[in-house]
Write a protein that binds this ligand. Structure first.
Ligand code: 1PZ
Length: 212
């Protein structure tokens, strides 16, 4: 209907959402107050946008989509009760369930790893070091997620890598050109970092290690 306005693509929507989150986290950095600046609902909304990427990966990653989306969904449910990411940590620390399978703090940790994986993947995608999407994705996965995944999951992921689309197919599916994808990926790479670091701080300042 509005021919002149800029088209929204999945990548630009993701970049936009994380820029909004990073502005919130940035404000807290200036004020120096750690608590409660990141609200659960907008965080979940941004994380939900990421699920469109799975549609581009082929059926081999259906299990990853299910894993990621079910954890985001749990957090969405929780956002009806708990206002902020900080609240979630408080509750699980109190109940001693931070690392318990299926707990909100554990799901948050997994979703954060997913966000970091995408960040690493986009960096590799834009780097001239990697010629294929498979190389870019395999290296990102090996660095960011593999150390925390079971052997069975790592095997499934490395098998799935063979079924990834090519760079060109991915750009086409995402409705991007090389140039537009580069711009949107750079926006996400920059904006997601303070959000990821903020989440890490929620654990670290409670003396919870990040090696899981
Ligand atoms: C466009 C380029 C494609 C990149 C492809 C890289 C895909 C790697 C997919 C990794 C799948 C891992 C799936 C299973 C993980 C589970 O071991 C854990 C279990 O957590 P627990 O229940 O024990 O607490 N689940 C997760 O870590 C949930 C999130 C995993 C998915 C992250 C994917 C991020 C998005 C990839 C790009 C679309």
């Amino acid at each position: 209907a509005n021919g002149e306005t800029t088209m929204t693509t999945p990548l630009s929507a993701i970049a936009e959402a994380f820029e909004e989150l990073s502005r919130t986290v940035g404000k807290f950095n200036i004020n120096g107050c750690l608590d409660d600046c990141l609200r659960l609902k907008p965080f979940c909304d941004a994380c939900s946008l990421v699920s469109v990427l799975f549609g581009c990966l082929g059926i081999a990653f259906k299990f990853a989509e299910y894993e990621y989306c079910s954890k985001v969904r749990d957090l969405v449910e929780a956002s009806k009760i708990y206002g902020t990411l900080n609240n979630i940590l408080d509750i699980d620390v109190k109940n001693d369930t931070v690392k318990t399978h299926g707990s909100l703090s554990r799901n948050l940790r997994r979703v954060r790893q997913g966000l970091d994986l995408i960040r690493a993947l986009f960096k590799n995608f834009l780097s001239s070091e990697y010629c294929t999407l498979k190389e870019a994705a395999s290296t990102a996965y090996a660095e960011v997620c593999a150390p925390y995944h079971t052997w069975a999951v790592r095997t499934a992921v490395s098998t799935g890598m063979y079924a990834l689309p090519t760079r060109e197919q991915l750009l086409l599916k995402l409705n991007e050109t090389d140039e537009s994808a580069e711009k949107e990926m750079r926006r996400y790479i920059e904006a997601s970092l303070p959000v990821i670091e903020y989440i890490d701080k929620l654990y670290v300042r409670r003396n919870i290690s990040l090696d899981w």
